[in-house]
Design a protein around this ligand. Structure first.
Ligand SMILES: C[S@@+](CC[C@H](N)C(=O)[O-])C[C@H]1O[C@@H](n2cnc3c(N)ncnc32)[C@H](O)[C@@H]1O
Length: 269
C-alpha cells in the first residue's frame, strides 16, 4: 500500500502561516488551530509534491493564486439557511416598512456558501417582488463563492427553509441531482456574488439598506473587528442596519456611527 509520509509542521513554520493569514485576512489562528492548519495544508503540499511546510510557504509568499488557495483551505465556512431566524423576522419587518421606497439593497458580507444571501432574497422577493430588491454576497473564499453561484445544495439543507419559501423558491433535483435541490433560477437573478476582503474598504459596490455581517467577527481581534466594522458601514446608507450574529457583540469596539436597536442589530446614525 502506498502510504503518504506524515509531514511535520514545525512551530516556526506555523508562526509564519499565522502571520501570513493575519496579514492577508485578519484572522488570528491560535495554537489550537495548529493541527487543523497542518491537515488542511498537507493537501496543498501533496499537490506540489513537497515534503516541508517551509517550501510551501515560499510558494505562497510569491504566488497570489496559491495565497488565495491557502485562504480557501483555512477559512471556516459553516452556514445554513435561515440561520438565526430573528434576523429574518427583522428583515421582513423592515422591508415592509421600506416597501414604498426605491429598490432595497442588502449585502451578505461574509456569505460563505450563499445560504444567507438566498435566505435574504426569499424574504425580500416574497414581500417586494423581483424588481424591488437586490442582494450582494461577498466572501474572501473563492471556492465557496463558486459553489454558492451555482445554487445547488444537499437535500437535507432544505429542512431549514420555511415551507412557503421552500415551495416557491426551491426545485428538487431529478435523476443524478436527486440528492440536491436548486435555488430557483429566477431568484438567483437577484443575487450577485463577488470576492471581497473585509479588511479593505469596498469603494465600488455602492450603499446598502442592510448589511449582514454575521459569524465572521468572531475570528478577529478587537483591532481588526473595529476596522472591519468601520469599512463595512461606509457602505451602509444613513439609518441603514448592520446585523451581526446573536453570538457576537460590538462591546469591545466603540463606533460612534452605530446605535444599537436590538440584540445584534445596529443602526447607522
Ligand atoms: C462561518 S462563515 C459565516 C457565513 C454566514 N455569514 C453565516 O452566518 O451563516 C464565515 C465566512 O467569513 C469569511 N471570511 C473570513 N475572513 C474574511 C475576510 N477577511 N473577508 C471576507 N470574508 C472573510 C470566510 O471565508 C467564511 O466563509
Amino acid at each position: 500500500m502506498n502510504m503518504l509520509k506524515e509531514i511535520i509542521l514545525q512551530d516556526s513554520e506555523f508562526m509564519l502561516i499565522q502571520k501570513l493569514i493575519f496579514k492577508n485576512i485578519g484572522i488570528t489562528l491560535d495554537e489550537s488551530k495548529k493541527s487543523l492548519v497542518k491537515n488542511r495544508l498537507t493537501k496543498r503540499l501533496n499537490f506540489y509534491g513537497l515534503h516541508k511546510f517551509s517550501d510551501y510557504i515560499r510558494i505562497v509568499q510569491f504566488n497570489r493564486d496559491e495565497a488565495s488557495e491557502m485562504v480557501n483551505q483555512i477559512t471556516t465556512n459553516e452556514t445554513y439557511f435561515f440561520r438565526e431566524q430573528a434576523h429574518f423576522d427583522f428583515l421582513e419587518r423592515i422591508s415592509k416598512e421600506l416597501k414604498e421606497e426605491g429598490k432595497i439593497r442588502v449585502w451578505s458580507a461574509a456569505a460563505s456558501l450563499g445560504a444567507e444571501a438566498y435566505s435574504i432574497a426569499m424574504v425580500l422577493d416574497n414581500i417586494l417582488g423581483a424588481s424591488r430588491y437586490e442582494v450582494l454576497a461577498t466572501d474572501i473564499n473563492t471556492e465557496v463563492l463558486q459553489i454558492a453561484k451555482k445554487g445547488f445544495y444537499p437535500l437535507p439543507w432544505v429542512d431549514k427553509i420555511p415551507t412557503l419559501y421552500k415551495q416557491n423558491y426551491c426545485l428538487k433535483g431529478k435523476n443524478q441531482y436527486e440528492k440536491q435541490f436548486l435555488i430557483h433560477p429566477e431568484l438567483q437573478k437577484n443575487v450577485y456574488f463577488s470576492q471581497a476582503n473585509l479588511l479593505e474598504p469596498q469603494s465600488t459596490i455602492g450603499k446598502f439598506d442592510i448589511i449582514f455581517l454575521r459569524n465572521v467577527l468572531i475570528y478577529f481581534n478587537d483591532e481588526i473587528k473595529a476596522l472591519v466594522v468601520e469599512n463595512s458601514i461606509k457602505n451602509l446608507k444613513e439609518n441603514g442596519y448592520l446585523i451581526i450574529s446573536l453570538t457576537e457583540n460590538l462591546r469591545s469596539i466603540h463606533n460612534p456611527m452605530l446605535k444599537q436597536v436590538d440584540t445584534s442589530i445596529y443602526q447607522k446614525v
